[in-house]
Design a binder for this molecule. Structure first.
Ligand SMILES: [Zn+2]
Length: 193
């Protein structure tokens, strides 16, 4: 095992090293990097398995120190994007959502250029979305980008059609409906052209 102060690198190695510390109640495991709860690869007992391809996840650890960005604020946690298929890790972030976006830059380049779509609705939704996104995108664990108008505006692990992330897109005043919202056929409004 690595003896460097920063420990092992990569999501699988870090979470594997974290688990024994978590169950050893004499150890304060909070400052140890691990896969964030609910994100891909998170486990309570059995070490996570590496994926054969690059797949996004997010790491976290407690921090309780001045922010690494020099802003003078105290950050309670650090977050990093990470990959279940290789030891890649992103920069330290304050928010988990930023780390998730970093991870997608690594695993699914170009994800942020895909259209933002309405949240799941009705029978026609998935068919429509699959036509808007690249062939096989969701099978490769790719994320979906959804417009969020409700309270919940965090990225959601496992909520894309293929089990990837649902990445929240917040409507802005400048472009309240960034893409395709008006072109989505309503469930009961399918009609012959
Ligand atoms: Zn990777």
């Amino acid at each position: 095992m690595s003896t460097s102060p920063d420990g092992p690198r990569g999501a699988v190695a870090r979470h594997t090293a974290y688990l024994p510390a978590f169950w050893d109640k004499s150890t304060n495991s909070r400052p140890i990097w691990r896969i964030d709860w609910g994100h891909p690869g998170f486990t309570h007992r059995t070490p996570p398995e590496a994926t054969p391809d690059h797949q996004p996840t997010a790491l976290t650890r407690s921090w309780e120190q001045p922010a690494p960005d020099g802003s003078g604020e105290t950050w309670h946690h650090l977050h990093r994007g990470a990959c279940l298929g290789c030891p890649w890790e992103g920069p330290d972030r304050r928010r988990a959502d930023e780390a998730v976006e970093d991870a997608h830059d690594h695993t699914h380049p170009g994800w942020h250029t895909l259209p933002a779509v309405p949240e799941r609705q009705g029978r026609g939704w998935l068919t429509h979305i699959q036509h808007l996104y690249p062939d096989g995108w969701f099978d490769r664990g790719g994320p979906i980008r959804t417009l969020r108008t409700g309270i919940e505006k965090r990225h959601r692990p496992g909520a894309a059609p293929g089990g990837g992330y649902d990445i929240a897109v917040r409507p802005t005043k400048r472009s309240p409906n960034p893409v395709v919202f008006l072109s989505l056929p309503l469930d009961n409004a399918e009609e012959a052209a």
